[in-house]
Design a protein around this ligand. Structure first.
Ligand SMILES: [Fe+2]
Length: 447
């Protein structure tokens, strides 16, 4: 519940703070953004008269409740707030329009005026207990966030000066590696976090997490796996060399556009090699080979027998999985199970069959993040892979038989024959990755 409220508030506020930087107060588009922001504040406050949004240890809180998913999804905005020294925003009904406008302009950096009407108050004494957010998943979430930051940094550096330092990404991926060793199940669930606005960054981090997990499963050494994970995270970095018009072209590409797209693996590999440092060759190889198929098709043609390196092959499998399960502007997201079927269909041709099988074994037939309707009418989210084939699914019940969302999701084991059907998370209005905190607690209870 808090997740949705905070996401609503941040969406409205982010939009307005960008808008006031472009057009002044009174402009029709700004007025429209003000109306949207008012709506989002109402949603955030519901059912209270007053509530606070707080930034603490790189996470957002609504009053005393941490909201892990919004903390990742709106990390750019979180950084904007931190940069402007905003640690908390207390909102009290009825919000004055002047306060709202001042807040947006202040966070957006277009004005130094603070809200003065008293309906929006900044940096009131912290309403949260500093120990509240220490959960088993805090470090994991922090590693995810650090990798997102590294990606933002790298792509910013590529755009402004055409180069970057690899160490930022290596450090981030090492953290991700350690955390996913410590909490493998939670890491897989976290990898279902998506952002439509920032698809590329989230996709990159998810591909990193899943590549590390799959690589560990098939016995790739850490010395190779971490650089391969760096390559996984950076696999599409060469796309900065492709014009946005071609990248976002909705129809069929002509040959010139296609040629432009197909240079991104080489461009990416070159930029990683010129960044240099330990492991840069492996990372560059992954970027170079991520579209080179197992059967020798794809691009570019990379080696004499036509097969990409094993670490490139494992990145391909997880890249495909995460792309299929993500919503894009030109198609809806598919279920995790459907994505596994696609991989099965291409095992031995597009993808390495052993790695496809290992991946399916790792994720289970209902991978973490799958949403199922049980035979008894509950809606449950699979939160970690089953220990063995045929074992009951480790779930959290998120909606009761009445179809109402449950505030504190309950752990439940669902037998495979009790799965009535699979539901799309978006159709059910559920965000699996947002359950991470509840899973962390459930894991502690079970231990
Ligand atoms: Fe690519």
């Amino acid at each position: 519940m808090s997740e949705r409220q905070v996401a609503a508030l941040l969406t409205g506020l982010r939009k307005l703070s960008r808008q006031v930087g472009l057009y002044p107060e009174g402009h029709p588009l700004t007025e429209e953004a003000v109306v949207v922001a008012f709506g989002s504040i109402s949603e955030f406050l519901e059912p209270d008269q007053e509530a606070a949004l707080t930034v603490h240890q790189d996470a957002f809180f609504r009053n005393r409740v941490v909201v892990p998913h919004a903390s990742l999804e709106f990390r750019g905005f979180l950084r904007d707030m931190q940069q402007r020294g905003v640690e908390s925003i207390t909102l009290a009904r009825p919000i004055s329009q002047e306060d709202l406008y001042d807040l947006a302009a202040f966070i957006g950096g277009t004005s130094d005026d603070l809200p003065a009407d008293g309906t929006i108050r900044l940096n009131e004494p912290m309403a949260i207990d500093p120990d509240l957010d220490v959960t088993p998943t805090t470090k994991l979430r922090a590693s995810y966030g650090a990798t997102l930051d590294a990606m933002r940094f790298v792509s910013g550096a590529m755009v402004t000066r055409g180069s970057f330092e690899l160490s930022t990404v290596v450090n981030a991926v090492e953290g991700l590696f350690e955390q996913s060793v410590a909490q493998p199940g939670a890491a897989l669930l976290l990898s279902t976090v998506k952002s439509h606005d920032e698809y590329t960054f989230f996709h990159s981090v998810n591909v990193g997490i899943l590549s590390l997990a799959l690589g560990r499963l098939v016995g790739v050494d850490k010395d190779i796996l971490v650089p391969a994970g760096v390559g996984a995270v950076l696999h599409d970095i060469g796309k900065v060399a492709v014009s946005p018009a071609v990248l976002n072209y909705p129809g069929r590409l002509d040959s010139e556009q296609w040629r432009e797209i197909t240079i991104h693996p080489q461009e990416g590999a070159l930029s990683i090699l010129s960044a240099g440092g330990v492991g840069s060759e492996i990372a560059a190889t992954v970027a170079l080979e991520h579209h080179a198929r197992y059967d020798g098709t794809g691009y570019p043609v990379v080696t004499r027998d036509g097969k990409p390196h094993i670490y490139s092959r494992l990145v391909q499998v997880v890249d495909t999985y995460d792309a299929i399960t993500s919503r894009r502007s030109y198609r809806r997201a598919e279920s995790p199970r459907r994505a596994l079927q696609v991989l099965m269909g291409g095992a031995g041709t597009a993808w390495d069959p052993q790695l496809v099988h290992a991946f399916i074994g790792m994720m289970g037939i209902y991978p973490p993040g799958s949403v199922v309707l049980t035979a008894t009418g509950e809606t449950a989210v699979v939160v970690r892979p089953s220990e063995e084939a045929g074992a009951p699914l480790a779930c959290l019940v998120v909606k009761g038989r009445d179809g109402e969302l449950i505030d504190d999701p309950e752990p439940m084991r669902v037998e495979l024959d009790q799965v009535a059907k699979q539901v799309m998370a978006s159709d059910a209005g559920i965000d699996p990755a947002a359950l991470l905190e509840a899973v962390g607690e459930a894991m502690v209870v079970e231990a």
